[in-house]
Design a protein around this ligand. Structure first.
Ligand code: ACM
Length: 548
């Protein structure tokens, strides 16, 4: 059946099938409305079939009718498979999709689309195509409840439509958390009404470095853009239709040069002339970090207040990574603050800063998430940790009773090169192949069962310093996101026992799905996209690949 991510259990019964045609109807019971809308719009676009509502649906009717795809929610399925689990049964006369909850129905609909074949992932029907569901019974449920993708829209801006497209791609892979890295030294990407300069000034930089830190090359043109609050509402609503939560990240107190360029009083004005700062045009970690003052806290409370209006997500990410403390060491104001608060050092100051927002978010019914540096100087009581510098931060946090999202850079940073060969475009970081990602294990063996239960899940992170447009993002993200999706959804054995050859065989069908979805993935064999010559498949262009 070639499903990706692979289901818990699937049985094909013979060679019979249910064929969809112009008379096929959708019978959606209460709780399945989002899936009904998604199925009708998606499958109608792909197949041209109307998939009209079955008569008398919305609670009762249509028992026994043929030619119907039935959607429902059943607490018994939730008891067995959880709210995100589902059971899909196809007979020659129809299909029945029962979710443990509304999300389970939606994930089951993704399976149903895969069963219809790769062409069901197109946006316009191919003529003469027949739409058959094999006679199957699938029982399925996710391994983790946090199946995340982080998009860094700060280093290179991804306009709203690109984010909506990524939400569709996430849904197709049964991923359910989009973490948006909205601010960094190089750009501020979300409108904040009370601080308009954050986007007026902070969302544009004058130029961009080609490639990575050591590159001497510059692209001498401005780069920028931001999401209006309407854009964000649209993104959040589009995600919610797909049972995806959008977790916003405002990175503090480091990675904040764009904000300081917009509002110089946010920086350490006693050691640097922050009025001379611009949105950063280089890569790396800026030493221009926020001043640890009450005014800064009040400013960011204002930012988070507007953020909470826009993002209903329980989790709110405050960054906390890579805060260079040099300015705090030199700043009389910061040093006075350390004394006044009775802190040990600058790490304590960072913990104080993060602890403030932990209390502030908790008081508003939300939960703080931060990168694993928030462990330094003491972890705030309510904090959840994104473990990125390896497993260590996550292990320490889980042992201390905190929730954890595993996203170690050595395994699931998708900006890192995916092949050791010389042809990768701007090859950075570790070599992490499709197989490496497939063998990523979110729960390290040293955790006890109780501690392992605090690993909410895992996340693939996409930092965009070397990804200036959608094609480059696609190339880095796919096909590896498919392997990641299987790691977080499917109940795979321990990494050495994982059947990568079997996964690769299923990927043959999945590449055709990605083609139908218009994804510019890294091809598993043959020339890379920029090495193809029209009409001469398989023949690379001579010479090195372009720098970007
Ligand atoms: C990070 O990669 N700085 C979280």
């Amino acid at each position: 059946m070639d499903l990706i991510p692979g289901p818990l259990q699937a049985t094909v019964h013979g060679s019979e099938f249910f064929e969809l045609d112009a008379g096929t109807r959708l019978a959606a019971q209460a709780g399945t409305e989002r899936t009904e809308r998604w199925l009708r719009s998606t499958l109608t676009a792909a197949t041209g079939l109307p998939l009209a509502p079955a008569a008398g649906t919305g609670g009762t009717g249509d028992t026994g009718d043929t030619g119907v795809i039935r959607l429902s929610v059943d607490p018994a399925v939730a008891g067995e498979l959880g709210e995100e689990g589902y059971r899909l049964t196809v007979s020659p006369t129809g299909a029945e999709l029962v979710g443990g909850g509304p999300a389970g129905v939606f994930w089951g609909a993704q399976t149903l689309r895969q069963l219809l074949g790769p062409d069901a992932h197109r946006r316009a029907p191919l003529p003469g195509r027949r739409w058959r569901l094999p006679r199957v019974r699938v029982q399925d449920a996710p391994r983790f409840r946090w199946r995340g993708l982080m998009l860094d829209v700060a280093r290179h801006f991804m306009p709203k439509d690109g984010v909506l497209r990524y939400l569709d791609l996430m849904a197709a892979h049964k991923l359910n958390v989009l973490h948006l890295h909205l601010t960094d030294d190089q750009g501020w990407r979300v409108e904040i009404r009370r601080y308009p300069r954050l986007t007026e000034t902070g969302s544009w930089r004058a130029r961009t470095k080609f490639g990575h830190r050591a590159s001497p090359l510059w692209e001498e043109k401005p780069h920028g853009g931001h999401y209006t609050q309407d854009d964000i509402r649209e993104i959040v609503a589009y995600a919610a239709e797909r049972h995806i939560a959008v977790v916003p990240e405002i990175d503090v107190p480091g990675h904040s040069q764009a904000a300081i360029a917009a509002y110089p009083e946010l920086g350490n004005t006693d050691v640097v002339d922050t009025t001379a700062l611009t949105v950063w045009d280089n890569w790396g970690i800026s030493e221009n970090v926020l001043a640890p003052t009450d005014d800064t806290l009040r400013f960011y409370e204002g930012v988070f207040e507007e953020l909470l209006e826009l993002f209903p997500s329980r989790f709110v990410h405050v960054g906390g990574d890579e805060c260079v403390k040099d300015q705090w060491r030199r700043s009389p104001t910061a040093q006075a603050r350390i004394k006044e608060l009775g802190l040990r050092d600058e790490d304590g100051l960072q913990a104080w800063f993060i602890g403030h927002f932990d209390r502030w978010l908790t008081a508003r019914g939300r939960r703080l998430v931060g990168w694993d540096e928030i462990l330094q100087g003491g972890l705030a009581p309510g904090a959840t940790v994104s473990s990125w510098r390896g497993y260590g931060g996550g292990v320490a946090a889980a042992r201390a009773g905190h929730d954890v999202i595993m996203c170690p850079e050595q395994h699931v940073y998708l900006d890192h090169r995916q092949d050791a060969g010389p042809d990768e475009p701007v090859p950075i970081g570790f070599v992490r192949t499709l197989e490496d990602v497939y063998r990523f294990e979110p729960v390290p063996p040293e955790l006890t069962a109780e501690e392992a239960g605090r690993v909410l899940g895992a996340q693939a992170n996409v930092w965009t310093e070397v990804m200036e447009d959608r094609s480059r993002v696609d190339y880095q993200v796919f096909p590896r996101l498919a392997a990641f999706a299987e790691v977080v959804w499917s109940a795979l054995p321990a990494p050495p026992e994982r059947d990568f050859a079997g996964f690769e065989r299923r990927m043959a069908a999945h590449y055709r799905r990605l083609d139908a979805l218009g994804v510019a993935y890294r091809p598993p064999t043959g020339p890379l996209p920029w090495q193809r010559r029209p009409g001469v498949p398989g023949r690379p262009i001579d010479g090195p690949p372009p720098v970007r």
